[in-house]
Structures are given as C-alpha cells and as structure tokens.
Ligand binder design. Structure first.
Ligand code: PLP
Length: 406
C-alpha cells in the first residue's frame, strides 16, 4: 500500500450499527452551534440524578482497598457466581454456580452467547423493534438477524404467528427482551409459555434478556426460566439498570440446566477465557447487590412509574401522536403520523436541530423508517420532562404543517 493512502477498516465493521450512540455525533454538531442538548437517547439513570446504592459502592471500594485488583478466574469469582445462582434459585429457576459466567455487563453476555451459537450465514430471531446490540453483533459475525414483529396495537406483544413462520432449520436462537427496551412491554405468562413452546418444538435455545426484570411497574417480572426450568434458556442481566451502576460493566449470564446446552456453555467458557475476566472489584458489587438490601428499587420504580404516566399523558395529547403505555423500565416508543415521504430520522433530526432534544429514531431499532416511531428515555426529573414534552408538541405542530426544517 503506498504511503499516505488511507488504511481501510475491516468490511465487517460496516454492518455494525448502534443508533443510540451514533446519533450523538449529530448532537455534538448542534452543541457546537451553541445550543444546549437534552439527551434522551441513552438509558443511563446516573446523569439524571439517580445514585448507585452506597453499600454497593462500599463493597467495590473495599475490594480495591483489600487488594482484589488482580485478574479473577475467567468465569468470575466463585462466591459471586454462587450469589448469582442463588438469585435465580430464589426466583424459581434451578441454577448452579458452574453454569454462571460473570460478564462485562449484559452486553458481553450477549456477545459471548451469540459468538458461541451463530456462525456466518446462520439465522437468529430478533424482535422489532429490538435493542440494537443484537443486530450489530450478528452483523459482525456475518450471521443474519431475522426480525419477528411485536405489535403496537397489542401492547407491543410478540406476533406468535410471525415467530412460528420464521423459525426454521437455519435458526440458531430466539432473542426475547422482556421487559422490553425500547417499548417498555412486559409479556404475560401465556405469551412467554407460547414462545418457550415454539422454541422447544424447533429445538432452538432462547436468549432471555432480563436486564429490566426488577423494574416492572407492577412488581418484578418473573424470570423466563421459572416457567420451564428444563427449557434451553440463556439468561442475561447486570447491575446497570436495577442497581444503578451501568459504568461498572458488571453483569452475568446464566445457562439453564438443560443438558442440551452443555456444549454451548463449554464454548462460552472458552470464549470467556480469551478476555481473562470481567472487571474484578465490580464483581464484589454484584455479590453485595444480590445478597444485600435492595430497598432502593422500590423508590426507583415509583419514580419511573410517575415519569411513565407523565410521558404517556403528555405525548398522547400531541396531535398526530400515539403512544403505548410502558409497563416497566424507562423507555417509551411513541409514534408520530408522518407526512408522506418523511422518515422517522427526519423527525428526530428536525427535533434535535430545532429544540436540542435528542431521541432515537425507530429505524435505529429495526422498524420501517416511514412508520414514525421514535424512542424516548424518560429518566429526567418530571419538571424537565414537562418542559421537554411542551417543546416536542411545538416542534411537531411545525413539522406536521411542513414548517420545520430537518
Ligand atoms: C435490552 C438491553 N440489553 C442489554 C443492555 C446492555 O446493558 P449492560 O449495561 O448491562 O451491558 C441494555 C442497555 O440499555 C438493554 O437495554
């Protein structure tokens, strides 16, 4: 290669798209032009004034002070894996520590599981809208994300006929995000059982993303494995959301007791060996979280519910808007009735440039761009949310009458 020629990245990076962060580049341009940006794009409670429980911080600080700063075993510290297993057992899922791997957040669990299950050309069933890491990782592997529909007219529940139609010999896994990001849906037991049954009949494991299971507005959502302990389920979670420590990158992956998953578990452990371990001191935070006081969750969920109610009431009043009420977590997925020829990205970028409010367009989660969905993170304090939604209403009126630039 001649000196001075640009060095090209690997082709696989082209299909790695993660709209939640990618859109920040647009926000930086708006900031550079002198406008304050209100970031409603990323699900991190900390910048909005929520605090990590002090006993978790103390457990991590103590671990560092006590000299636990070396590598841990690659699957994680034994006593912490036991604490994770005990959490599953306590919630009705038989689990042993040797089937638990501590990971750098749920994200690494997702990456390890997909890496252990899918080869180039394989298919993995992913919901639309989806949390975009699944499609990004599949793109990197060269495997194919096959989208199954979730239905806004039925509270964003999975379309079981669609799953039945799409599941086939090339399917290597079925991804279930429940409670869901980006829709805030919590699936009822009948839906969950039907999905387990479909996966079981097709011989396909379920990747159960349960990172929001503690944040159900009507109480914690049951873990999927509690419905059928013998189903092949890989469950992921972390301290990021319900324990308010996303920056720690402290998570876990738990593989159900089904013998059919033993080779996959061994493959995951092999992949995990290559990255040595997840952050060591933070593993002590997991043990403190799962064995200690979790009363902070009651207030956190109350705060989320208040913001959710405010979001639904404010957005559904805006002419041209509809919104499905979230049942968990801190996301809503409103829809704006777009004029012909306009996309969800036009709306979101217009909103950003006009008001400084940053959301993520629905097509970033795998929805068709002409449907007009976008995701709102409602973690900001109620007064701030009220002001934000008033600005959304003013902008929308302009946008729908053709007066707003995008
Ligand atoms: C559904 C879902 N899965 C996984 C993650 C990643 O979480 P973690 O911080 O544990 O890696 C997120 C983060 O927003 C998420 O919403």
């Amino acid at each position: 290669m001649p000196a001075g020629t640009a060095i090209s990245p690997a082709a696989r990076t082209r299909s790695f798209a993660y709209a939640i962060r990618n859109i920040v580049a647009e926000a930086r341009k708006v900031e550079a032009a002198g406008r304050r940006v209100r970031y409603l794009n990323i699900g991190d409670p900390i910048p909005f004034g929520f605090h990590t429980p002090p006993h978790l911080v103390e457990a991590v600080a103590r671990a560092m002070r006590d000299g636990h700063n070396g590598y841990t075993p690659s699957a994680g510290i034994e006593s912490v894996r036991e604490a994770v297993a005990a959490e599953y057992v306590g919630r009705g899922v038989p689990m042993t520590a040797d089937r638990v791997i501590l990971t750098s957040g749920t994200s690494e669990g997702i990456e390890l599981a997909l890496g252990a299950l899918a080869d180039a050309g394989d298919e993995v069933l992913v919901p639309t809208p989806t949390y975009p890491l699944y499609t990004a990782v599949l793109g990197k592997i060269g495997a194919r994300a096959v989208y199954y529909r979730t239905d806004p007219s039925r509270g964003w529940l999975p379309d079981l006929d669609d799953v039945k139609r799409l599941i086939g010999p090339a399917t290597r896994a079925l991804v279930l995000i429940d409670p869901n990001n980006p829709t805030g849906a919590v699936y009822p037991e009948a839906t969950r059982r039907a999905l387990i049954d479909l996966a079981h009949r097709a011989g396909v494991p379920i990747l159960a993303d349960e990172v929001y299971s503690d944040l159900g507005f009507d109480g914690p959502a049951p873990l999927l494995g509690s419905l059928d302990p013998d189903a092949p389920i890989l469950s992921f979670s972390s301290l990021s959301k319900a324990y308010l420590a996303p920056g720690w990158r402290a998570g876990w992956l738990a593989v159900s007791r089904s013998d059919r998953l033993n080779d996959v578990l061994a493959a995951i452990k092999k992949l995990a060996d290559g990255r040595l371990c997840s952050p060591g001191p933070m593993q002590y935070g997991i043990e403190a979280a799962l064995r200690g006081d979790r009363s902070h969750q009651r207030q956190f969920v109350r705060d989320l519910r208040e913001r959710s109610d405010l979001t639904v009431a404010s957005l559904s009043r805006i002419p041209g808007f509809s919104v499905v009420e979230p049942r968990a977590a801190f996301y809503a997925m409103p829809r704006v009735a777009l004029p012909p020829g306009r996309t969800d990205e036009d709306f979101v970028l217009g909103l950003l440039r006009d008001t400084g409010i940053l959301c993520v367009y629905g097509s970033g989660f795998g929805l068709p761009a002409d449907q007009g969905f976008f995701r709102v993170v409602f973690l900001a304090p109620p007064d701030e949310l009220r002001a934000i939604y008033a600005d959304v209403a003013t902008f929308t009126a302009k946008f729908l009458s053709g007066g707003a630039r995008s």
